[in-house]
Design a protein around this ligand. Structure first.
Ligand code: UT7
Length: 339
């Protein structure tokens, strides 16, 4: 018998404003920028994405996703002693989006007669599109070590705020959203539900192929606060790194490709997902794909896809899932989970 962490509930939230490729083509045409539904679908698989309205922040999306995840797990906010939010689009420079989320969860819980989540640890993880993989790895380690009992692990992003709508090579790709899981301590002989293994990495030599180079200083934004990406460079790196992370996680867990029931990949580009599936010898009908409806929601994309798979009944209890992602930093990683 040993201590593991396990996922007991999932949730997600998309802001109601939905832009199809046709909406975006019209929006960009008004700026004199040429793109097309055909190009976006053929190169990425994306058909629509969601954007927040003014005044809605990452913590608001995270709050909705967490409420769903708590309900799915049958838990109250007062039972949570750790909140980790993966985001690159935080509400503020500080405090963390996790702290703001904790406040919102607590206020809602108090209104319902629960005591709320105040007092547990809360912090953000910044690993861009790999953020949820990093956050899940950290939460799993804290739970295994006995430092936490029950966590909310969240990916929440408002990438529409950092898009350059004069750059057609990036602005068509990203969207807003949030996904969350409740991760709880459990004890068993290794055959029960658990985070089985994880594998996370970074290579800081590639910081400039995907970045938002601006910062805040002396009351002003210094540098460019909009997203820059060398798409081809990212694409080439992503394919190999995702394969190695997934294979490392399998090796650590003593599992093989054939043991994976579902691949739940970061939703950046259908071609990258197809390539990873091929390398793991998995057919595409074993891959959860939401990129067509969500676009790339960075740290939110994996928990959004996971929740979609659970709620549509595709993913079933007892199944083994490979979650994997890659993003700015350059960061990448994979987590193998038995549900
Ligand atoms: O989430 C973090 C990880 N991020 C990713 O995984 C993104 C990885 N990269 C990609 O997904 C792809 O590289 C993109 C989807 C970003 C681009 O696809 P690509 O097949 O690599 O296209 P490309 O950059 O080679 O561009 C091909 C052509 C270019 O025109 P020329 O030079 O061949 O005349 C671009 O100017 O497509 C043009 N183009 C567009 N045309 C219409 C670029 N963006 C657009 C656009 N509409 N929106």
């Amino acid at each position: 018998m040993r201590r593991y962490s396990r996922i007991t509930g999932t949730g997600s939230h998309l802001p109601p404003k939905r832009l199809t490729n046709a909406d975006l083509v019209a929006l960009l045409a008004a700026r004199g920028i040429d793109t097309s539904d055909e190009w976006i679908v053929e190169r990425t698989g994306i058909r629509a994405r969601h954007y927040v309205d003014d005044g809605v922040n990452a913590s608001d999306l995270a709050f909705q996703a967490c409420r769903q995840a708590l309900a799915a797990a049958g838990r109250q906010a007062s039972e949570i002693d750790l909140i980790i939010v993966a985001t690159s689009t935080p509400d503020m420079v500080f405090p963390s989006t996790a702290s703001i989320l904790q406040r919102k969860l607590t206020e809602a819980a108090l209104a319902e007669g629960d005591t709320g989540a105040a007092g547990g640890a809360a912090f953000d993880v910044q690993a861009v599109c790999s953020g949820f993989i990093y956050a899940l790895t950290v939460a799993d380690a804290l739970i295994q070590a006995g430092a936490a009992q029950r966590a909310l692990v969240v990916g929440a992003e408002v990438f529409s705020r950092i898009l350059d709508f004069n750059d057609r090579t990036t602005c068509v790709l990203f969207g807003d959203g949030a996904g969350a899981v409740v991760l709880e301590a459990t004890e068993h002989d290794g055959s029960g539900p658990a985070v089985l293994a994880s594998d996370i990495h970074a290579d800081g030599r590639h910081t400039d192929i995907l970045c938002v180079p601006g910062t805040v200083s002396g009351g002003q934004v210094l540098g460019d606060p909009l997203l820059k990406m060398d798409g081809q460079a990212v694409f080439k790196l992503a394919v190999g790194l995702l394969e190695s992370a997934a294979k490392n996680a399998l090796a650590k867990a003593g599992k093989a490709e054939a043991d994976i029931d579902w691949l739940v990949p970061h939703q950046a580009n259908i071609r990258i997902m197809q390539s990873t599936a091929r390398k793991l010898k998995m057919p595409m009908d074993k891959v959860i794909v939401t990129v067509q409806d969500h676009g790339n929601t960075s740290a939110a994309s994996i928990p959004l896809a996971l929740d979609h798979g659970v709620r549509t009944g595709q993913i079933q209890p007892g199944q083994t899932l490979m979650l994997e992602g890659v993003g700015g930093g350059f960061t990448w990683g994979a987590v193998l989970v038995r549900l």
